[in-house]
Design a protein around this ligand. Structure first.
Ligand code: TRP
Length: 355
């Protein structure tokens, strides 16, 4: 048994990953692989909550996201990749959690509300759509992690997960609801109360200069973009500044990129001072420098990804998922049985065979 503290986090396969994912969470995951026992979940069941009629696209996006992860530096020798639809304990636990969360509590979840607006779901979203937020609590708690590295937009979900963990421990394991979060296990709780870990840039602005970077808004720089595409997207970034001697706003999107991607802190400080003073420095010049920094970050990823292209790459991904499913299920089944024992549902252990 791995004694390192655990991490669980994941992504819904909706398309390619971009720089917002990188600074929001992916970078943290890569870094934490040494010191934590990491579980990275592909939320392919959640993909169906808004795209139930697109199974082929979801399958393609599932393989693509794993390729993006591996290219970014997720190491399948050290970390466990979890394919959500192959872990039945997640679906089961979701049911039990759904009964510990008041309906109106779920519907008030601000992340769900924002998503309904952004994706223009109106009042015609599926029953399963809000249910995914409950499912996400199960994704997390079934692996009993200490930390959940996520982008800022996910913090409301993690808060709901913490609530349901506390309520389960209180209802079925008698843990005092006033107990400190870090004491839940010592007091006999089934689930630890995990903490969210938000990346160094919680919300990266897109190349439209205003909205959060996102695939659906067409303002994203993808991890797979070529140098040419990056230069073009950066070139089109609008700051509203007109001349090289006009004092610039160092809180604009361009400078968010300067701070997020240019590695040398002295250079960042110098650019900020000059820009704020309008000291003969053009936006075009800074964009070129930012694009170069992004390229430096992405080049090794492109190389690793090239090795995963095509059908051979698909086979490699499927092999990894298959091998990792056994380990993920072993952990998840153990937690589920402990939860069922606490609920007086211990009618016998089972084992999942995945030959
Ligand atoms: N909802 C997350 C997203 O869209 C993906 C996700 C599913 C997740 N289950 C999770 C993230 C568990 C962290 C932990 O990005």
């Amino acid at each position: 048994m791995d004694k390192r503290p655990r991490i669980l986090t994941g992504d819904t396969p909706t398309g390619r990953l971009h720089l917002g994912h990188w600074v929001g969470s992916l970078e943290n995951r890569i870094r934490l692989q040494n010191d934590y026992d990491c579980f990275f979940l592909i939320a392919n069941m959640h993909a169906f909550t808004t795209r139930a009629d697109e199974p082929a696209a979801i399958r393609r996006d599932t393989l693509e996201i794993v390729k993006d992860w591996l290219a970014a530096g997720i190491d399948p020798e050290r970390s466990t990749l979890v394919l959500q639809t192959e872990i039945p304990a997640i679906a089961e636990l979701s049911w039990y959690f759904a009964m510990l969360l008041p309906f109106n509590r779920v519907m008030r979840n601000p992340t769900l509300k924002t998503e309904i607006e952004l994706k223009d779901l109106g009042d015609h979203y599926s029953f399963g759509f809000p249910l995914y937020a409950v499912g996400q609590c199960a994704d997390i708690l079934v692996f009993r992690p200490e930390l959940v590295p996520v982008g800022e937009d996910q913090v409301a979900h993690i808060e709901m997960c913490r609530e349901v963990g506390r309520r389960f421990n209180w209802t079925y394991a008698g843990v005092d609801p006033q107990a400190k979060d870090e004491d839940h296990i010592a007091r006999g709780g089934i689930f630890p109360i995990p903490r969210a870990l938000v990346g160094r840039v919680g919300r990266l602005t897109g190349t439209d200069g205003k909205n959060k970077m996102s695939k659906s808004l067409g303002n994203a720089i993808f991890l797979t973009d070529t140098n040419k595409e990056i230069k073009k997207k950066m070139g089109a970034l609008y700051t509203g500044r007109k001349t090289m001697t006009e004092p610039g706003d160092v809180n604009n999107a361009l400078f968010q990129y300067v701070r997020a991607f240019i590695k040398d802190p002295a250079r960042v400080a110098e650019l900020e001072t000059k820009y704020a003073a309008g000291d003969n420095i053009g936006d075009g010049h800074i964009k070129v420098e930012v694009a170069a920094a992004m390229e430096e970050l992405l080049e090794p990823m492109r190389q690793r990804r090239a090795a995963l292209e095509g059908e051979a790459g698909d086979r490699r991904v499927l092999e990894i998922l298959h091998a990792h499913t056994a380990k993920a299920n072993a952990v998840a089944e153990e937690t589920l049985y402990a939860a069922k024992q606490a609920m007086k549902l211990d009618f016998g252990r089972r084992s999942i065979v995945f030959p």
